[in-house]
Design a protein around this ligand. Structure first.
Ligand code: SAM
Length: 498
């Protein structure tokens, strides 16, 4: 039974294990090279046999792959040789004697980004149905990591660190990293992960923001237990213990007080779509009201929407349940009853970006559904900068005096419909081919205006030229165009020149 771990790795054991893993090339590249693309891809799909075969003659690395990645019992002598100078008996939370050899009781795997590798300790997937299960690097972890703004920061808080994955990423761009978790088992795992990677991370135990009362950070990241359901905890990694999206609402309300001026929080979350209620209004209502110190810029991006049945089924499968089993059906019944009773028609999932600002806050709640191939992190940084720029050009006169250019990678699409005379022009849109692929329909004068946005003439002069060419009063053009220009800047289709 997973429970509290004393200390997965002593400092000495962490050093010895690091030495052994490095020597054997137990890294993302090393493992990929040993397994080859086919077995590696199969392993990613949870199919172990091809990897077993590929690791058969893999020397020390093969032993480590079978022991740590594939759950095999490996002979005593082979394990001792592969792990030297670590004695496997020194790490009873990680390795247990079994059938004359050793078996891993935790998951220990290499994980990396463009700048290199770490090793991450977590619970074995086979134990996913334990209440205290500490998840490894999963889909949601990767989603948040890819969406995090990685510009250098001073202090960073990772709330609900689990195995420590967000803090590992943070160690690349933040000078000081603090990680918290409510679960002692998760903290023990994160402590071992950080020790193994030789990282100095402050670890604090406690719920939500309690462990950092009175402290402020330049950045906060959190992949909290955000899955809406009844007020109960089946799995600590998934369930907040509060009904519906109440825990996320409280976090959004409380987080900004822990941000330094200009500080940014990024979290994942889920919100309810309640019958008769507008979901953006619901999420907006969670933001703290502006005070004398300023307010909170917020960019809330809905990435997925699931109906109640899909929501429940998805999370039951994620927990490894057989959804047709009597126990899972009973759980689904109670969950669906709760959602129905709360008037929930759907559940949204997405990103929340919050920035403490001294100026007039900007709050944008929008959909970005479907696949987005590029990581969102650079886009988040871009959004924050563009919102600052728009705030500095909030007055129409300031915007009219700006020189704007159509961003690289933006195209004009036009489409036609069949008619009596053949194809007839039916509309146009400008679209980004990178980042979130934002797309805006434009009419002929707007397309003409954008054609002129080459960073040379101020917007006012372009509108005067347009007024002349289209025989429309310039005031009317200004009124019709400026809101759209602001949207195009916010979505990165138009960029300030110079
Ligand atoms: C979805 S997991 C995320 C783990 C990791 N940060 C990641 O990105 O993969 C949520 C984490 O929040 C922790 N947690 C659950 N309830 C919490 C609470 N009330 N306060 C702080 N952490 C909590 C869980 O123990 C778990 O480690």
């Amino acid at each position: 039974m997973p429970g509290v771990l004393s200390s997965v790795l002593s400092p000495r054991a962490a050093g010895a294990l690091r030495e052994a893993l490095t020597r054997a090339r137990y890294s993302t590249d090393g493992v990929r090279a040993l397994l080859g693309p086919s077995a590696h891809a199969a392993l990613g799909r949870g199919e172990l046999e091809p990897a077993h075969r590929a690791a058969r003659d893999g020397g020390e690395l093969g032993v480590l792959v079978r022991l740590l990645l594939l759950g095999a019992v490996e002979p005593d002598a082979a394990v001792r040789a592969a792990l030297a100078p670590l004695d496997p008996a020194e790490v009873p939370d990680l390795l247990r004697p079994a059938e004359g050899g050793w078996v891993a009781v935790l998951d220990l795997r290499p994980y990396g980004d463009d700048d290199g590798d770490w090793w991450v300790l977590s619970d074995l997937d086979a134990r996913r149905q334990e209440r205290e299960h500490v998840t490894g690097v999963g889909g949601a972890s990767l989603t948040l990591a890819a969406a995090t703004d990685r510009r250098p920061a001073g202090s960073l808080l990772d709330l609900g660190t689990g195995c420590g994955v967000q803090a590992l990423h943070a160690s690349r761009h933040a000078a000081a990293v603090t990680a918290t978790d409510v679960a002692p088992r998760a903290l023990a795992m994160a402590r071992a992960t950080f020790a193994l990677n030789g990282l100095d991370v402050e670890l604090l135990e406690g719920p939500w923001l309690e462990p950092v009362a009175g402290r402020r950070f330049d950045r906060i990241v959190s992949n909290p237990p955000f899955v809406p359901g009844p007020a109960r905890v089946d799995y600590v990694y998934r369930d907040s213990g509060r009904a519906g999206d109440d825990a996320l609402a409280a976090l959004v309300a409380d987080l900004p007080a822990h941000l330094a001026p200009g500080g940014v929080a990024q979290l994942l979350g889920s919100w309810l779509h309640v019958k008769g209620e507008d979901w953006p209004d619901r999420v907006r209502s969670w933001l703290p009201a502006p005070t004398d110190e300023g307010g909170v810029d917020a960019w809330i991006v809905q990435r997925e929407v699931a109906d109640p049945a899909l929501h429940v089924g998805t999370w039951q499968r994620d927990a490894g349940l057989d959804v047709s089993s009597p126990a899972a059906r009973a759980q689904a019944g109670a969950w669906l009853d709760w959602l129905e009773g709360a008037g929930v028609e759907a559940v949204g999932f997405g990103h929340l970006v919050l920035r403490r600002t001294g100026g007039e806050p900007t709050v944008v709640v929008e959909d970005l559904l479907g696949d987005v191939p590029d990581p969102l992190g650079p886009e988040v940084g871009g959004w924050l900068d563009r919102v600052d720029w728009l705030r500095a050009h909030a007055a129409d006169d300031a915007l009219l005096g700006a020189r704007l250019a159509v961003a690289g990678g933006v195209v004009l699409e036009s489409w036609s419909e069949p008619g009596e005379e053949g194809w007839t022009a039916a509309g146009s849109a400008v679209a980004r081919l990178d980042g979130p692929r934002w797309r805006h329909e434009v009419d002929a004068p707007a397309a003409a205006l954008l054609a002129g946005c080459r960073g040379q003439l101020p917007l006012r002069e372009l509108l005067e030229l347009l007024s002349f060419a289209h025989d429309r009063p310039v005031d009317a053009l200004v009124t019709a165009t400026l809101p759209a220009v602001r949207e195009l800047v916010r979505h990165g289709l138009l960029v300030p020149a110079g």
